[in-house]
Design a protein around this ligand. Sequence first.
Ligand SMILES: [Zn+2]
Length: 59
Amino acid sequence: MPTPKKHTTRSRRDMRRSHDFLEVVNTVNCPNCRSLVKPHHVCASCGYYKGKEVVTAKA
Ligand SMILES: [Zn+2]
């Protein structure tokens, strides 16, 4: 097995891990059916986007 040449400090290790955490997904309420939707995305439950039905929603 290869061995690391330099010791990784706590600071360097934690800086590397600063991007590893999950972020809270932002949601808005669908103006048509009030369910939670991602902004600028078609609503998954009613298929509406910008006040119009653009996709036929699944039953
Ligand atoms: Zn909806």
